[in-house]
Ligand binder design. Sequence first.
Ligand code: IVH
Length: 718
Amino acid sequence: MSTEGSAVDTLTIEEAAAELERLAKEIAHHDALYHGKDQPEISDADYDALKRRNDAIEARFPELIREDSPSRRVGAAPSVTFSPVVHARPMLSLDNTFSQEDVQDFVAGVYRFLGRLPDQSIAFTAEPKIDGLSMSIRYENGRLTTAATRGDGTTGENVTANIRTIAEIPGQLPKGVPAVVEIRGEVYMAKSDFLALNRQMEAEGKQTYVNPRNTAAGSLRQLDAKVTASRKLKFFAYAWGEMSEMPADTQFAMVQTFKDWGFPVNPLMKRLNSVADILAHYDEIGLKRPDLDYDIDGVVYKVDSLELQQRLGFRSRSPRWATAHKFPAEQAFTEVEKIEIQVGRTGALTPVARLKPITVGGVVVTNATLHNEDYIKGIGNSGERIRPEEHDIREGDTVIVQRAGDVIPQILDVVMEKRLAEAKPYEFPKTCPVCGSHAVREVNEKTGKMDSVRRCTGGFICRAQATEHLKHFVSRNAFDIEGLGSKQIDFFFENEDPSLQIRTAPEIFTLEKRQQPSLTKLENIDGFGKVSVGKLYAAINERRSIALHRFIYALGIRHVGETTAKLLARSYGTYGAFAAAMEEAAPLSGDAWNDLNAIEGIGEVVARAMVEFYKEPRNIEVIGRLLDEVTPAEAEQPVTSGSPVAGKTVVFTGSLEKFTRDEAKARAESLGAKVAGSVSKKTDIVVAGPGAGSKLDKARELGVQTMDEDEWLALIGG
Ligand code: IVH
């Protein structure tokens, strides 16, 4: 479907968008299995690799970050059995780092954000990342009142009765503790207890459990607390939620306080002052890992000073002041049974290796991405050799599969000694396997280099592209039409009966009125039936009015993901204004073009793609028919209550003295302002520090309000 697994730094924006969509779905699927049913299909390392890839793509294309991005979600929605608890403070997640360089970047990022020099040392804590279930335990006047799972980060499940059965968690805190205390930490099952439990299950002829983490989860989700009590669950405290009073001002001292209050805390936590020390502690914990009686999957680093933590704040789902440094994953040998080609929405031909099933770190692996034809030959995306020439991947080869770092599994190398005499180099198709059109490698206008991805040139005539387009149109973040899934789209697309055919999006909305008594009606077709057809029509009709950003996103314009669609909706307000502006921007100059490029988060590649899209008569024709059926709503304006700068577009220029640019930006955004990189008619405020130049001049010229840093601080309340 997509260019699954291509090196992130060579993905085109369009591939990145498709890949992010795929990852969002895949990760949501695994989240549901992991959190909802405690029955995962992939290993944690596999899961982490998916998340990491998602994060890497988002880091490169921030404009593509989706509303349903896994990076904005933490865990899964709560299940139905337990009553919901809204967390007093959201329970956040951690960003992951996988290499020493990542850790250096993380530390450097902290220094940069705070505007600190390397000699103004910042202390970090480093502690094991416990592979259990995070829990928030609330005490009022010293008494345990509520315990809740993380759930989706905002709302968890009330598991108070079960948590009370865990001996290590105090029901009552010592005298003198703050009136409200929320302790957060990890509930886990010791490895030894897990093994003992499984031995017992086996002896009783019952099914054994997969791993300690899922057993702990299952044990906590028992409606009968007696069952929980029979499973020896344990706890480590490492964080907190609401606190009516802060007992300490560093991470380290907070955790020591929890220890004094009677909570188990991890003995391997250390306070350290340099990247070298942090990394040494990581290695030390890694060496101890096999001997620990609990599963850990990495080391968590946190800025020690709570004041600095506060200044660093949060991104959408994770703190800037912490990161999880994960342990690497495993490799295994298997055979490539077959190489197949998938064709995506944008025509990309992606080769996939079908593998002889192999277990890597407890997970059965059957497919690996081969990225593109160069990769099969051992050539990287910048034309460099990644494997010796003769190590091209062939059907029948024995290969090394790795599941870390990138989207996994990945084929690392070919075992040449095992190559069969009859194995032939894989011949990459030059035509689309679906529609037969030529498949070509475009030459990048800017770099003059040949794209590593071969694309089908069939466009709308390619069944794969056309159906993938429709599937995108009805997908969850676009039109979200229930009852119109992948299978149904294929059915309607293939149907030869014109009254039952859907080849372009507007036809979805004319389906009902195209049904004629003389012809076969949908409800008489196998697999549909009266009730489901009624529901389908209702679902379709429900979308005859739709949010503007969803409408724009659904059009499937190259490079326009959900976030971009939202920016566009918010900037232009109505579909009419948007479409008119895109047509006016056609010369790639003038006001309409400049306004488009001035939107923070919209780069030139995206802007060009939109202009191109609106130059194509076929698109205009299809949208015209679509607008006969569907009315995009006017975009909602951002909430303006409370903050004096909400909804305003602000530009920072010159050097700031009280904050770094990043901190100022984060602050402004948290108050609902949009921060832009350049001054235009749409700018509301320019905050100019010493040394401000052309941007300040432009602001004056356009009559935009300008102020210095102090005036800005006064405006936003210090
Ligand atoms: S700190 C705001 N410390 O990892 C940050 N989390 O991926 C709060 N975890 O939700 C988390 N060991 O379930 C922290 N020593 C540790 C941890 C830890 C395990 C889990 C926790 C969290 C997840 C983030």
